[in-house]
Design a protein around this ligand. Structure first.
Ligand code: MN
Length: 236
């Protein structure tokens, strides 16, 4: 077999630690759900009527992934850098057009994550009908803690989700408040993509999103899953 020769050394795959296991979870894609808690949809000025709406998604490049506990520079091009605390679903089996009843079989595990956002750039893009990439898909914007194998957790339907900045609580809600729950999301997203091992799905943030600045420390918690942390360094 001929060995492929590259012009330079390809980057290592993005990956995350797994609780209790030495092997790491290699990340294939990062999907994010927009507006999946009513109170957050309202605070963004875009309430959701589930009777007529469908979930929508954006993506982040796997190269944007940062492990929990990191210090990241205050990002370029923004003056309104926001946190969004989210439950992350990690996919461990292939699935295309899966039913809600079959969704559990796709889940490898869960993690606590942060969908860091350049809110000013996102809102300009949104209001001008442009893609959200500058606001969402930027370097070190997908923060994720270790993955917890699904085990006896099963399909999570409830559990407190919260976020603190410098120890002060800024977001608090419950997974039961998700507009589209985990089986609904996997069934819907798999209508459009062949879900595959290594995919991560950020399931959306509850209300209370806000800005952070250099020197701030973010901690987040999902009951039964774990914690995520991020420190904000100086701008480059
Ligand atoms: Mn989000």
């Amino acid at each position: 077999m001929t060995q492929t020769t590259y012009l330079w050394t390809p980057p290592a795959p993005a990956s995350l630690p797994v609780r209790g296991i030495d092997a790491r979870f290699p990340v294939k894609r990062i999907f994010c759900v927009g507006r999946n808690y009513h109170a957050h949809a309202v605070e963004m000025g875009r309430p959701v009527d589930k009777a007529t709406a469908k979930p929508f998604y954006f993506t982040k490049s796997p190269s944007t992934l940062v492990e929990s506990g990191a210090t990241v520079p205050y990002p370029a091009g923004t003056s309104n850098y926001h946190f969004e605390m989210e439950l992350v679903v990690a996919i461990g089996a292939a699935g295309f057009r899966v039913s809600e009843a079959d969704a559990l079989g796709l889940i490898y595990g869960y993690a606590a994550g942060l969908d860091m956002t350049r809110r000013d750039l996102q809102l300009v893009a949104r209001d001008q009908g442009r893609p959200w990439d500058l606001g969402k898909d930027f370097e070190k914007s997908a923060v994720c803690a270790e993955i917890v194998p699904v085990g006896e957790l099963g399909v999570l339907t409830s559990g407190a989700i919260s976020l603190q900045v410098n120890g002060e609580t800024r977001q608090t809600s419950d997974l039961s408040q998700l507009i589209w729950n985990i089986p609904e999301l996997l069934a819907d997203l798999s209508q459009y993509y062949h879900l595959a091992p290594g995919d991560l799905i950020y399931t959306g943030t509850p209300e209370g999103v806000g800005a952070v600045k250099t020197g701030d420390t973010i901690t987040g918690h999902v009951a039964g899953v774990g914690d995520v942390a991020l420190s904000i360094g100086a701008a480059e």
